[in-house]
Design a protein around this ligand. Sequence first.
Ligand SMILES: Cc1cc2nc3c(=O)[nH]c(=O)nc-3n(C[C@H](O)[C@H](O)[C@H](O)COP(=O)(O)OP(=O)(O)OC[C@H]3O[C@@H](n4cnc5c(N)ncnc54)[C@H](O)[C@@H]3O)c2cc1C
Ligand code: SF4
Length: 340
Amino acid sequence: MNGFEWMSPGSVEQAARAASATVATAMARRSGTPAADAAVLKAGGIDLLDLMKEGLLAPRRLINLRTLPGLDRIEPAGGGLRIGPNVTLAQLAAEGRLRTRWGALADAAGGAASPQIRQLATLAGNLLQRPRCWYFRSRAHHCVRKGGDTCFAFAGENQYHAIFEHNGCAIVHPSTCATALVALGAGLKITDRAGAKRTVSLEEFFVLPELELQQENRLASGEIVTAVELPEQRASVRSVHLRYAETESFDWPLADVAVVLDLAEGVCRKAAIVLGACAPAPHRARAAEAALTGQRIDEALARAAAHAALQGAMPLSRNAYKVPIFEALVRRAILAVLAA
Ligand SMILES: Cc1cc2nc3c(=O)[nH]c(=O)nc-3n(C[C@H](O)[C@H](O)[C@H](O)COP(=O)(O)OP(=O)(O)OC[C@H]3O[C@@H](n4cnc5c(N)ncnc54)[C@H](O)[C@@H]3O)c2cc1C
Ligand code: SF4
């Protein structure tokens, strides 16, 4: 790992002015050598330090957001909730206010990683962590996402890769919390180095490789996420997040699903169904949502909607096994919301 400077900014604005690059822009180099002059943001440091230890990132300076005051709170905001970027996954999992209206987020945060990691991992860091593709994480493979010419996954070991929307790069988005937050209609508040603020829906924040090959989102250099906003939900809304993984803990899921239903006496007024670990961005299963909307949901309809959710899947050479796993998970998640 390279030597680096440590900076503890006094405010969000100071941190934004000090940041010269995002981790994605510091890593994507034609030469294959990461930028040595970058000043990048650090929250819990779990993904950032991994990348540095792997020799994929060599920043000159780390800007520590962790000690900035006021960014680790969950507060009511106009019927919804405003979650500070430094709120940890452990805090989210234990937050009673999430259980009433936004249960899928508490499920997702509580099931991610391991208890130790959840104590340190922040929500913003979780949403902005880089992909797990093993070619991306290998110094020996200078792939397209790091500025090279080749995607090694298409003809290689692609058992953990995408089954949807893998045009040019077949990563799956690594954030489990993102699956739940997109289904819940969450937004991000972002401040740039000039102090300008913007709000963007999380669904629009993530980008597919056909639009942007070297970063997973629309965060620009010098921008800081200052809040994740959960919109108000009607009392009739229930949500669930389910994951399927090879191990109970300490690993990313092979498949995860968030289902949010607005139910009036068993009839579905509105549905949001999002699949994680299946595409380079959280994948909205609109055909499944349409199958449920306006209908009284029973086991047969849940099964039909789950089947619809996987229509259009394009498995790679080694990951067709994901299709039946996702179908089972979507069906179970719909039935779990009914029972909630
Ligand atoms: C063994 C293991 C298992 C795991 N399993 C899962 C899992 O199942 N599901 C899952 O979702 N994750 C999983 N993770 C990933 C883990 O949750 C993330 O690495 C962690 O959440 C990153 O958060 P952090 O606070 O440490 O971020 P950092 O590593 O500090 O930062 C990550 C990125 O976010 C940027 N950043 C952070 N905060 C801000 C901000 N406010 N504004 C702008 N940029 C910011 C940083 O610049 C950096 O690019 C696992 C990790 C490990 C090691
Ligand atoms: S899937 Fe994406 S990250 Fe993985 S090798 Fe291909 S281009 Fe690189």
